[in-house]
Design a binder for this molecule. Structure first.
Ligand SMILES: NC(=O)c1ccc[n+]([C@@H]2O[C@H](COP(=O)([O-])OP(=O)(O)OC[C@H]3O[C@@H](n4cnc5c(N)ncnc54)[C@H](O)[C@@H]3O)[C@@H](O)[C@H]2O)c1
Length: 370
């Protein structure tokens, strides 16, 4: 195992220790066989490290991931551990699903998705196949395998629609969704609700807000923070789509992992949907300045028109429901999580450069920056 992997494991272990998880929760996960779809991805790879610790040597974490998020087919984001099994495969594929469900799966964390807005605008059909058909197939296998819990990665940035009232509360519903990805995430929640209602499956919808932190490889369809760090480390101009006054509720990836682990445990979460976020608003301009400062980038910022689908000038989540239902408690201040993110980039720079996906001919708003 290389030193950067060791560091990542250490960060996850430190986080879990600081979290002071109750003993009953630790007992609950011990020895379980857990499927994480999208487990080689930004959030999934962190979740896998935490679950590998919780299930112990007699348990197993099975990853199903087709590695479509990165340029090179290489499960580099999966740390080799004795109780982690990696299956390169697709959530739409029966053969791959049969393979992973042979492992007597008890819990499913469904994180695989066709990520994200711009990607779905460019490829609406594949996006629906992965996010909707893939989900239904996985729900069917999970139902037949009688899994105890099915935790679905929904998106608070996606499903609340345009110009909602802040802070965003779970009972707000909007039909004004502006990308296929957003429509898929909303539809995904509804399918989980259907399986809960009709088959008494224990499904849980977790609505993540913008994630950042170690594990996310930059790319044309990736989030703003990894892309800004990447460009800044190349000494390039950071392109702001809009005025920079726009805000986001950036959630540190291990805080999201905390939310997932607790969602899979607390009975109160079953059949529910709730936000997982930081509960703090940060402007894109402040974030961009922080990126340039941390990386010593002297290039100016540049401003571009907002993308047509980007109709949310501000995002701030209420996390009250998650605090109440699953005792969710975000623990990492943005400034601290951000420092870890930059450190992870420095530790893994050569591999990140190889894996970063900015092909020629890209269609998103990042086109002119590479
Ligand atoms: N990152 C965020 O800010 C954010 C915000 C809200 C919701 N979410 C949701 O959280 C989940 C994880 O997000 P992430 O940032 O880790 O994304 P990610 O793209 O890094 O991870 C998703 C993983 O799924 C895999 N995948 C894609 N299609 C697949 C398929 N057909 N079969 C098997 N594997 C497939 C990819 O290779 C990737 O490793 C996604 O469902 C996403 O929609 C993420």
């Amino acid at each position: 195992m290389n030193t950067s992997n060791e560091k990542r494991i250490q960060w996850v272990h430190e986080y879990l220790l600081n979290l002071k998880l109750e003993n009953a929760l630790k007992q609950y996960y011990m020895g379980r066989k857990i499927l994480v779809t999208g487990g080689a991805g930004a959030i999934g790879s962190n979740l896998v490290l935490a679950l590998a610790e919780l299930v112990g040597p007699d348990g197993r974490v099975v990853i199903l991931d087709n590695l479509s998020s990165i340029k090179e087919k290489n499960p580099w984001n999966v740390v080799p551990l004795g109780n982690v099994m990696f299956v390169e495969g697709d959530v739409r594929d029966d053969v791959d699903l049969k393979r992973v469900f042979k492992e007597d799966i008890t819990h499913v964390f469904h994180l695989a998705a066709f990520f994200a807005n711009q990607n779905s605008v460019d490829y609406p059909e594949i996006s629906a196949e992965v996010d909707i058909i893939g989900l239904i197939r996985l729900l069917e296998y999970s139902r037949l395998a009688r899994v105890e819990k099915f935790v679905y990665a929904s998106s608070g940035c996606a499903i609340y629609g345009s110009y909602p009232q802040l802070p965003l509360k779970e009972d707000f519903i909007s039909m004004h969704l502006t990308t296929p990805y957003q429509i898929n995430k909303m539809t995904g929640e509804m399918y989980c609700n259907f399986y809960a209602h009709h088959y008494d499956m224990r499904t849980i919808n977790c609505r993540f807000f913008n994630s950042y932190g170690p594990g996310e490889v930059p790319g044309q369809y990736r989030n703003v923070i990894p892309n800004f760090i990447y460009w800044a480390m190349h000494g390039q101009v950071l392109p702001i789509t809009g005025t920079g006054e726009e805000t986001r509720d950036f959630a540190y990836v291990l805080d999201l992992v905390q939310g997932l682990i607790k969602s899979g445990y607390y009975q109160e979460a079953v059949g529910e949907n709730f936000n997982l976020a930081s509960g703090r608003e940060i402007s894109i301009l402040d974030m961009a300045k922080l990126v340039n400062e941390a990386t010593g980038n002297k290039a100016e910022l540049t401003y571009k028109p907002r993308r047509k689908w980007d109709t949310k000038p501000r995002l701030l989540a209420s996390i009250e429901k998650a605090e109440k239902l699953i005792r969710y408690r975000p623990m990492v201040k943005f400034e601290d999580g951000f420092k870890k993110n930059v450190e992870w980039f420095r530790d893994n720079w050569d591999v990140i450069v190889k894996m970063a996906d900015f092909p020629p001919g890209m269609s998103s708003a990042v086109r002119d920056n590479t």
